[in-house]
Design a protein around this ligand. Structure first.
Ligand code: IPE
Ligand code: IPE
Ligand code: MG
Length: 251
């Protein structure tokens, strides 16, 4: 990895987050502030992901969730939506080899059924081809929204219990559902809770992202637009995280 103004050595390896989630925001503003079409911001934003993967691999941070497209983003102009999914398709074509070489596993959270068959197939084969990789799991959140995820999980949990139980003890069984059992129905069932949630571009809101999983996450907001978010900005977020005292309700 190239030299940085903030060397890796300044981070305490014992106090790194295991799961970092990022709301990559500000692609549009980055582009319009340069007189470019919004999609140029998305394109530059996708390039920034390489720096992020490098840093996570170098630091052995095993889980990264990326908010790529929300359940609310369908409100955007059709042209921008199409361009975003075309960019995703290029991104997978360009990066599958790199993922395999670097032992990066790709997973998806969200309902991909409204996406084109071509993109669904591409996603499913990238997921299958990287399934055994273990150094870094990158969770692409696509057509993802926490409320939809939690509602789906609730329905699936009840349906699965209903299928497997006799009528008499159904109520008792449903009442016995624990948090950890319920989590098995979330898209993120194989991931630990979010330790650090980063949002770029100055907005200080969660926009329906990983609400269950971030119940005790440390939050980091930065005014930097996503396409400008550099390795130094990642280090800054990690350094800031290491200064936090995580209490989880205790004293
Ligand atoms: C985030 O950048 C990327 C996606 C939501 C896909 P935006 O497109 O939201 O950028 P701004 O907020 O308009 O600047
Ligand atoms: C959140 O960003 C969604 C993604 C980054 C994919 P938005 O830009 O869509 O969120 P709002 O609309 O500002 O809350
Ligand atoms: Mg935005």
């Amino acid at each position: 990895m190239p030299e940085h103004s903030l060397p890796i050595q300044s981070l305490d390896p014992e106090k790194l987050p295991r799961h970092v989630a990022i709301i990559l925001d500000g692609n549009g503003r980055w582009a319009t502030s340069r007189g470019l079409p919004r999609i140029e911001g998305h394109r530059k934003g996708a390039e920034q992901l390489h720096d992020l993967f490098d840093v996570f691999l170098a630091l052995n941070i095993p889980f990264l969730s990326l908010y790529i497209f929300s359940t609310e983003n369908w409100k955007r102009p059709r042209q921008e939506i199409d361009a975003l999914f075309q960019l995703l398709s290029f991104f997978i074509d360009e990066n599958l080899k790199i993922f395999k070489k670097n032992k990066i596993r790709m997973i998806v959270s969200g309902d991909i059924s409204p996406l084109s068959n071509a993109i669904q197939n591409k996603l499913n084969s990238a997921i299958a081809e990287t399934a055994k990789n273990y150094l870094l799991t990158v969770n692409f959140c696509l057509n993802y929204g926490s409320r939809a995820e939690i509602l789906r999980a609730a329905k699936d949990a009840i349906l699965s219990i209903h299928k497997n139980q006799t009528a008499q003890d159904l109520t008792e069984r449903i009442e016995s559902i624990s948090e950890s059992e319920f989590e098995q129905y979330l898209y993120t069932k194989d991931l630990p809770d979010v330790d650090l949630l980063i949002r770029t571009a100055g907005e200080q809101r969660l926009s329906n992202y990983l609400l269950w999983q971030s119940a005790y996450a440390e939050l980091f907001f930065t005014p930097v637009f996503w396409p400008d978010f550099s390795k130094d900005d990642i280090f800054q977020a990690l350094l800031d995280y290491q200064k936090r005292i995580r209490k989880f309700g205790s004293i």
